[in-house]
Design a protein around this ligand. Structure first.
Ligand code: BGC
Length: 493
């Protein structure tokens, strides 16, 4: 930690197409997002196979699933240190290596303790990748495509979840013996991890990190590989130098400053609700939960990951068109209604679950589809986006590290307890709990979350430091009193 994450302004325009290395940079970085998704989506359609081989039971399955989040918390915590001392490229290679080794070792079906240690390691790599990939792209991809690369990362996560759900279903069907199918499931992850790891060697180091380490010549050499004209290179070097002379990242002590603490609380609670609306219960356990209601087969296995992936696409234009808050409201209302509907449907299922009516099954399926749609177009991307926008520059790294760790902490809580909660309090209970959190999330958005659409990051920072209430942080400061330099681009660009 301790250095600003963003690179000054965006001005180096693409003149005449991108060089091949730019596509390689984007592809390898996209693999980082894909691996996040592959590990996150692994459980849903492998849980039964894992159980058949390792006899995990409900709680053992939850523990194995949730240990990814523990790794994620620690990976996110340490990633700032890796980024600074190892450099961006070596940190990416480290994540690629851990992804490869962790999944390959799991494919050998080691004892459960080693398998769990591997899942912890995979989470650790996810934690590193989710910090380093956006940072590396922001610093290395040409300015004209940086914005779309940010959203690509989100999209790749959902594509990863979809892909591993699909391959695991087919592997489980083709090879009924767990000792054959389970290694193949892990080897699917290994394949993509190895491409990321070996592909990582051809990546250039981030020019901004090289400049930070006073290796200007090497930085220029990298820019000569990625940029088309000398003018673009000069502009970029000038901007990096300017950014390095500007305010540098504060240490953890910044959390004690009043203005920062306020915004941190908003980011933390937003990430907490992103998980407490229950998304990872659906991502991890929807086939199991559908099974409780007698819905099986491809429909149970693929509905959630497919809808989740498809509806992340419209979120990309909608965050700019509707704004962040409208999407958060709309998503939370959709999730609230569907969680209540699913809860009521489960209430009507008789205790012996012998005769489940077609109507109940239809209600469950439709509510799951609408629920995932609601999350994918709103809280999925928007919670991350708002957290990347609200922190003042000098505390952006600290703020994003803490809010990411909070996200993983609550993800772990949901992954680690959802099924046990259903067992202890009845299948319907958990849906009502998540519906309750949707209500609280709506109230929280109304009272404390600023609309960050169409305002520059600097204007928001000005508001923050001038005591404007959190909810109104995204309103344009009064033109007479606000000589705010416009150097960081509009929020969300
Ligand atoms: C969340 C993850 C979730 C994923 C589903 C992300 O925004 O942080 O916990 O699994 O969306 O697409």
């Amino acid at each position: 930690m301790g250095e600003p994450m963003t690179v000054g302004a965006k001005s180096a325009n693409n003149s005449g197409g991108y060089k091949k290395i730019v596509y390689i940079i984007c592809a390898v970085a996209a693999l980082g997002g894909l691996l996040f998704g592959l590990d996150q989506g692994f459980i849903a359609n492998s849980l039964a196979t894992l159980d058949a081989h390792y006899h995990l039971g409900v709680q053992g399955g939850e523990r194995y699933s949730a240990i990814l989040a523990t790794g994620g918390i620690i990976g996110a915590l340490l990633s700032g240190i890796f980024a600074r001392f190892l450099g961006r490229k070596k940190s990416l290679l480290l994540a690629g290596f851990i992804f490869t080794a962790g999944s390959a070792l799991s494919a050998m079906l080691p004892p459960l303790t080693v398998l769990s240690a591997c899942r912890f390691a995979l989470g650790f790599a996810v934690g590193i990748a989710s910090f380093i990939v956006p940072l590396y792209l922001a610093e290395t991809a040409p300015a004209s495509i940086r914005g779309s690369m940010g959203t690509l990362f989100q999209l790749m996560i959902t594509i990863g979840i979809f892909l591993i759900s699909l391959t695991n279903v087919f592997i489980a069907r083709a090879f009924t013996r767990a000792s054959t199918s389970l290694p193949l499931m892990f080897l699917t992850i290994t394949l993509f991890a190895a491409i990321m790891f070996f592909g990582g060697f051809v990546l250039p180091e981030s020019p901004r990190w090289l400049m930070l380490k006073r290796r200007k010549e090497q930085a220029i050499a990298v820019l000569q590989r990625t940029m088309n004209t000398q003018q673009e290179i000069d502009t970029e070097i000038g901007e990096i130098e300017q950014a390095l002379h500007g305010p540098q990242g504060a240490g953890i002590g910044i959390v004690l400053r009043g203005y920062f603490f306020k915004v941190l609380v908003v980011g933390v609670v937003l990430q907490m609700f992103q998980q407490l609306v229950g998304i990872n219960m659906m991502i991890y356990y929807s086939p199991t939960i559908f099974g409780y209601a007698g819905i099986t087969g491809l429909l149970a296995a693929m509905t959630v990951p497919t809808v989740n992936m498809i509806f992340t696409f419209p979120a990309i234009p909608l965050v700019e068109k509707w704004g962040r808050k409208k999407l958060l409201y709309a998503g939370a209302v959709a999730m609230l209604i569907t969680m209540v509907a699913a809860g009521v449907a489960f209430e009507t299922i008789p205790a012996n679950a012998g005769m489940i009516s077609g109507t109940v099954k239809a209600v469950l399926l439709i509510s799951s589809v609408v629920y995932i749609f609601g999350f994918a177009v709103s809280w999925g991307p928007v919670a991350w986006l708002v957290c990347s926008e609200i922190f003042p520059l000098e505390g952006r790294e600290v703020g994003m590290t803490i809010t990411t760790m909070v996200n993983w902490t609550f993800a772990g809580l949901v992954m680690g307890d959802a099924l046990s909660f259903m067992k202890a309090h009845g299948n319907a209970s958990i849906f009502f709990v998540f519906a309750g959190f949707c209500v609280l999330a709506i109230v929280f958005v109304a009272m404390f979350v600023p609309e960050t659409k169409g305002i520059t990051l600097e204007e928001m920072e000005f508001n923050l430091k001038n005591g404007v209430p959190m909810r109104r942080l995204g309103e344009r400061p009064n033109a007479h009193t606000t000589p705010v330099p416009n150097k960081g681009g509009a929020a969300g660009e």
